[in-house]
Design a protein around this ligand. Structure first.
Ligand code: SAM
Length: 239
């Protein structure tokens, strides 16, 4: 958008060819073309000092797998990270990603994301750089690239101008502290199932009340943790 500096996403990775992947298509891809955000990748191996471009080594103390070296990673980060913006390491042991953090990231000017592989990265690097550790959930991916892509996607869609109707963002899961209500479209009857009458009534207040009720039911049933926080008033933008 004219006059606004694009949001800058930097992926620090051993597999730069995994980018842009899905980020080059649909909403995110169109937003790159429109200059709303930029995506850069840094190949950690470019900063290795040997002819084999070695970026990892076996863990002290023994055990399976390899660990990304702190010296090679530090050189990659020093060459690419914009100071003053968040430096994130995606890892299962990080703080669970929530929409509130995504919103804060989208309000900034950019972020760098370190994608782990193998067993992860040397702890001393994380301490020295005060890296923010972020998890996508309680499961283990084979590498940080899909996690980085998911995080970037979540942030980019909140940048001004990416999703045209601001309203459609406000109503989404987590924005009110609740999961979203169900959606229906044509045909009116499908497989013997009807669209709820109230949604065809044209009565705005009744529709809003029905949606709120269904949001609350679904959240209570599926996510007791979110429900408890919602009831306590600790998450979401209450409307
Ligand atoms: N040894 C690590 C552990 O037990 O926590 C798992 C390493 S995993 C095989 C390799 C990389 O995938 C990690 O360094 C991290 O960057 C990424 N990764 C795996 N699961 C993730 C998750 N749930 N959230 C974010 N990143 C994840």
């Amino acid at each position: 958008m004219a006059g606004v500096k694009p949001f800058k996403a930097m992926a620090i990775t051993l597999f730069p060819d995994m980018f842009p992947g899905p980020l080059g298509l649909s909403l995110a891809g169109k937003a790159i073309e429109e200059g709303i955000w930029t995506l850069e990748t840094v190949d950690i191996r470019d900063f290795a000092s040997d002819k084999h471009r070695t970026a990892d080594d076996s863990p002290f103390g023994g055990g399976a797998g390899m660990v990304i070296r702190p010296d090679v990673l530090e050189a990659a980060v020093a060459a690419s990270h914009t100071s003053g913006t968040p430096l994130i390491y995606v890892t299962p042991r990080g703080r669970l990603l929530e929409q509130s953090r995504v919103r804060t990231l989208a309000a900034g000017s950019g972020m760098s994301i370190i994608c782990g592989r193998y067993e992860g990265i040397d702890e001393r690097f994380l301490e020295a750089r005060e890296v923010e550790e972020v998890s996508l959930g309680d499961f283990v991916l084979s590498g940080g690239e899909p996690a980085a892509i998911a995080l970037i996607d979540a942030v980019v869609r909140l940048l001004p101008g990416v999703v045209s109707k601001t309203k459609s963002l406000e109503d989404e899961s987590f924005e009110t502290g609740l999961l979203e209500y169900p959606h229906y479209t044509r045909p009116d009857t499908w497989g013997g199932r009807e669209v709820p009458e109230v949604l065809k009534s044209g009565h705005h207040a009744k529709i809003q009340a029905w949606r709120r009720m269904r949001s609350e039911e679904i959240t209570r049933e599926r996510r007791p943790d979110l429900w408890a926080r919602y009831k306590a008033g600790s998450i979401g933008v209450k409307k």
